[in-house]
Design a binder for this molecule. Structure first.
Ligand SMILES: C[S@@+](CC[C@H](N)C(=O)[O-])C[C@H]1O[C@@H](n2cnc3c(N)ncnc32)[C@H](O)[C@@H]1O
Length: 259
């Protein structure tokens, strides 16, 4: 069969070029695996080594092997390198369709809510935002909202999130538009979180790396909550703070409710 059809390398590279500007780049095996597990629409996936990619799936993620087998098109590695900023060591990349903002906003607004929404108030560090999305996905949080200028779908955030943007609702919003639910804003000056049970419909808000919570977020907060921290330590890293707060929420629930 000639390889200039849509499923062959030339067609797949053409499809990639047509979609790249409007799609989410999934960089490497783990990002593609997670996106497939959480029902992302992945119109094109390329690899420099199809047999190696499928062997990795056999070893690490047999649940997505059939989907990968159907999707992955092998192209010479130098062609793949020309399409991505930096080729992942697993020599795989894919493009996914970004979920609609309307669908995400609806998921974030839906009540009753089974798990909190995380708000990052004007975050600055793309790696932190990615790590938070990964945490939110792991804990089954309803979503991650960012305020301010950082794009939570920036390729570096998506890389940090390991493809898990598709497992939770990720959107940017204004403080005035935050989803419903009691706002628990995390701040070292707040009341000790250990004395509180965080409700499932909580909106858990965290300040920016440099300046903490904005005045607008403080104004909107129903509770100011602190994580235990020894005197003379100024603060925790943003993503670790989110991890502790989500763990505290989950510890108040019976085991087995993660799904
Ligand atoms: C790196 S800290 C910000 C430090 C910043 N200099 C400040 O004045 O708050 C980023 C965010 O993590 C959360 N955080 C860090 N340590 C915390 C603690 N001990 N208790 C509650 N939240 C904390 C807060 O939401 C904070 O705004």
């Amino acid at each position: 069969m000639t390889r200039t059809d849509a499923a062959g390398p030339d067609g797949a590279v053409r499809a990639w070029r047509g979609l790249a500007d409007t799609s989410v780049l999934l960089d490497g095996f783990h990002a593609i695996k997670h996106a497939l597990r959480f029902d992302a629409r992945v119109p094109v996936a390329l690899t420099g080594d199809r047999a190696g990619a499928l062997a990795l799936a056999d070893e690490l993620a047999p649940d997505v092997r059939a989907a990968l087998d159907a999707l992955l098109v092998e192209v010479p590695e130098e062609r793949l390198r020309a399409l991505v900023p930096r080729l992942h060591p697993t020599a795989m990349a894919a493009l996914a369709v970004r979920p609609s903002r309307a669908a995400n906003l609806e998921a974030l607004a839906r009540m009753p809510r089974p798990a909190p929404v995380v708000v990052l108030d004007d975050p600055r560090n793309l790696g932190n935002a990615g790590a938070v999305i990964r945490l939110a996905a792991g804990f089954g949080a309803t979503g991650v909202v960012t305020t301010g200028t950082l794009d939570p779908w920036h390729p570096t955030v998506v890389r940090g999130g390991a493809g898990l943007h598709f497992a939770t609702a990720v959107e940017r919003m204004e403080v005035t538009e935050l989803p419903p639910g009691p706002v628990f804003a995390l701040d070292a000056e707040g009341v000790d979180i250990r004395g509180l049970k965080l409700p499932d419909d909580a909106v858990l808000a965290f300040g920016s790396e440099r300046s903490g919570l904005s005045a607008a977020l403080r104004e909107r907060a129903d509770h100011l909550v602190s994580l235990p921290m020894r005197p003379q330590v100024s603060s925790y890293n943003l993503a670790t703070s989110v991890g502790m707060a989500l763990f505290h929420w989950s510890a108040g629930r019976p085991p087995g409710l993660e799904a």
